[in-house]
Design a protein around this ligand. Structure first.
Ligand SMILES: Nc1ncnc2c1ncn2[C@@H]1O[C@H](COP(=O)(O)OP(=O)(O)OP(=O)(O)O)[C@@H](O)[C@H]1O
Ligand SMILES: O=P(O)(O)OC[C@H]1O[C@H](OP(=O)(O)OP(=O)(O)O)[C@H](O)[C@@H]1O
Ligand SMILES: [Mg+2]
Length: 282
């Protein structure tokens, strides 16, 4: 059985379970379920706090985990990221009240409040800044108002939380994060069960990002049309009963599908259809 750690709460929990469900795995129906055996797929899921997942995977107790890159790096665990999952995107940044500082280098002698003290201590040291770091569990924005710190370092997605706390971002992001699949360092990612899991997750990513496009076009315009829809490997071209016409089938990025349809129409293509991809293996 492959043993996989999944966030049991927080921002990554629901999208992680949704993605696993799309990949054909059983997922829990009740949030109080902490372990779930999917015997059909020979996988066992452990629903754990996102912050603890790198620790379990790094120690080798669990084979694979889904967590945030920021949490992985903060943990210092013996684990590495092996796949990006395209959700839970955020930046990790410093913020202060306006006028406190305009660069990390000015934090010397100040106190920085954060839930990611490993990450922040390392970042300050790399920049040669001697500041104190106070570890808080969450809602760190309030630490400034309460006089516990002059600077905070936290996850920023839309920036709403910072704005509402009257804080402004300082400097470039400490890092850009998203949900990732992690594995213990030195572990074999080519191991068949792990490779199959990664292929399934990759299949979901492709199914979410691409649509299948079909259209008919005059043979003399085929090269121009194919340049617009090159596909991942190469488009399928089939003859049509109507002489001088061919049918083309190709995968295109979902975000540009409408624009490509307009361009194909202008080239003379007709019966242009897009359909969602439900699942795939490349
Ligand atoms: N607003 C957000 N948008 C995107 N990702 C986020 C957001 N908030 C947190 N994350 C990401 O989610 C992961 C876990 O953080 P989260 O805040 O969900 O866990 P937690 O703080 O342990 O749980 P909780 O907030 O429920 O106590 C981190 O990788 C973080 O980058
Ligand atoms: O930029 P925004 O879109 O406002 O999102 C960022 C906020 O989301 C997270 O908070 P969460 O709800 O997880 O609370 P926590 O601080 O208690 O973990 C994070 O810690 C920020 O406070
Ligand atoms: Mg949180």
């Amino acid at each position: 059985m492959l043993r996989i750690a999944v966030p049991n709460k927080g921002a990554l929990s629901e999208p992680a379970s949704a993605m696993l469900h799309e990949a054909g795995y059983r997922q829990r129906k009740d949030r109080r379920e902490l372990v779930l055996v999917d015997s059909e797929n020979e996988v066992e899921f452990f629903f754990l706090r996102p912050r603890d997942i790198a620790v379990y995977v790094g120690s080798g107790k669990l084979d694979i985990g889904i967590t945030g890159r920021d949490l992985l790096l903060d943990s210092g665990a013996n684990a590495e990221e092996i796949m990006q999952l395209g959700f839970g995107g955020s930046t990790f940044r410093y913020a202060t009240r306006p006028g406190t500082a305009s660069d990390v280098k000015e934090f010397g002698g100040m106190t920085v409040a954060t839930s990611f003290s490993g990450l922040v201590s390392r970042h300050l040291a790399e920049h040669g800044v001697e500041a104190s770091v106070v570890h808080l569990d969450g809602a760190v924005e309030t630490a400034i108002q309460l006089g516990v710190a002059q600077v905070i370092a936290d996850v920023v997605e839309t920036g709403t939380t910072l704005r509402q706390a009257g804080l402004e971002i300082i400097s470039e992001p400490i890092l850009t994060s998203e949900a990732v699949v992690i594995r213990r360092r030195e572990a074999d990612t080519g191991e068949p069960k792990v490779a199959q899991f990664l292929r399934r997750m990759q299949g979901v990513l492709v199914a979410r990002r691409y649509v299948m496009m079909d259209y008919d076009i005059r043979a003399e315009q085929l090269e121009k049309a194919v340049a617009l829809t090159p596909g991942l490997e190469s488009p399928t071209i089939s003859p049509l009963h109507h002489e001088g016409w061919v049918a083309v089938r190709s995968m295109v990025p979902a975000v540009s599908a409408q624009k490509i349809m307009d361009q194909l129409y202008d080239l003379g293509a007709r019966a242009i259809l897009t359909t969602n991809i439900h699942a795939c293996r490349l």
